[in-house]
Design a protein. Structure first.
Length: 363
């Protein structure tokens, strides 16, 4: 029954990688609370996410994070109408902690549970209202429910740019997706992380490169823009490739030889190349497909240079969620679950986590 769930208060849980997160979401778009316990400081020593340590830390953090989310929302357990949790893609051991905790709560309290695709969560980060206590996004946008009501949301072009994924997707309605293209090798966030290591910066590479690039010249090095010659390779117009860019930075570093590296110029030039590719392909797709709006989401959408280009260089109205909703969080999982409940109903309690889950295509 579609309407049974419309006014629901959802407790959402996200543990797919290295953040333990819980949120309380009302009506699919109002953030009552959003709690994230990041493990970044723990993993930094290893130069990346250490899977066993990640799942153990989720076990330590999950209950206090959920309790904080309920407390900060001013809610009680009795107010909850449904559970939402990420089932994949992600690290198996990490996913299991969130999924099992959510199942236990759902079973214990007799509540419906929705198993959410993490990528669908990133898409739905665009459907969240920040409310008044939260920093506004770089770009003013009408509230997503307003767009829906006015029939102005779809077709919508979505660029997902995270540590594990770089994809262009057309959304024709809630739960209806068509993938235009994806990365053939590294994801954009992965490229940031690998290039950061190459030029001696810390994990995670995205924020480190952004900070280093502040004082650098983006034109210092002419790094390649992979697969952007649409006349020569039209079949790859919606695909991405960042491995050539990574190799070009490596070659440049070797060529510079001994002595201190021009880290700021390398970071700025690399960042400019990634932003150029992302914006060029998104603009190209928006024009060819005549979409009404563009949404950019995922961890790399937190990047300042990308946000500036989205505001300045895209041909149709575009939105990017505020910073705190770009990187992994549970609010986006709650928003996705709300729409999933109205289009497909709840999940069976015996669902499994799926580390390699892809976004289900439906039109
Ligand atoms: O969405 P996310 O938190 O996790 C995944 O689902 O992968 O994305 C994490 C990725 C990392 O690769 C990180 O380096 C990148 O997002 N990232 C950034 C920035 N903040 C995070 N990349 C560029 N600029 C940033 N400011
Ligand atoms: Zn993510």
């Amino acid at each position: 029954n579609e309407h049974e769930y419309i006014m629901s208060l959802i407790l959402a849980i996200e543990t797919s990688c290295d953040e333990t997160a819980a949120a309380i979401i009302k009506d699919g778009h109002i953030i009552r609370s959003n709690v994230v316990a990041s493990q970044i400081d723990i993993h930094r020593a290893y130069g990346g996410v250490f899977p066993e340590i990640a799942s153990r830390q989720h076990v330590f953090d999950i209950v206090p994070v959920i309790q904080a989310a309920i407390h900060e929302a001013g809610s009680s357990w009795d107010d909850l109408d449904a559970l939402a949790v990420t089932r994949g893609p992600g690290l198996a051991g990490s996913l299991l902690v969130g999924a099992n905790t959510a199942k236990a709560i759902a079973w214990g309290r007799g509540l419906p549970i929705v198993a959410v695709n993490h990528l669908e969560g990133h898409l739905y980060s665009n459907w969240l209202d920040e409310g008044d206590k939260i920093v506004p996004s770089a770009i003013t946008r009408p509230s997503p429910p307003e767009l829906d009501a006015a029939g102005e949301a779809f077709p919508l072009l979505v660029l997902i740019v995270s540590g594990g994924h770089t994809e262009l997707i057309v959304m024709t309605g809630h739960g209806e997706y068509r993938r235009l293209g994806a990365t053939l090798d590294d994801a954009a966030g992965e490229a940031f992380d690998k290039v950061a290591r190459l030029i001696g910066l810390d994990y995670p590479g995205g924020p480190a490169i952004q900070a280093a690039a502040e004082g650098g010249n983006p034109l210092a090095f002419a790094f390649p823009r992979g697969l952007t010659n649409y006349a020569i390779q039209p079949e790859h117009r919606y695909n991405f490739s960042f491995s050539g860019l990574k190799t070009a930075v490596l070659r440049q570093v070797r060529e510079l030889g001994e002595g201190p590296l021009p880290v700021a110029d390398l970071a700025a030039s690399f960042q400019a190349a990634v932003v150029d590719v992302l914006i060029s392909k998104t603009a190209h797709a928006a024009q060819l497909l005549n979409v009404k709006r563009i949404c950019v989401c995922g961890g790399v959408a937190a990047n300042k240079a990308l946000r500036e280009s989205v505001a300045a260089r895209l041909p149709v109205p575009a939105s990017i969620p505020p910073f705190f909703l770009c990187t992994d969080n549970a609010s986006m999982i709650g928003a996705a679950a709300h729409y999933r409940l109205s289009t497909g109903g709840p999940s069976a309690l015996d669902f499994d986590v799926e580390p390699n889950l892809a976004l289900e295509m439906r039109e």
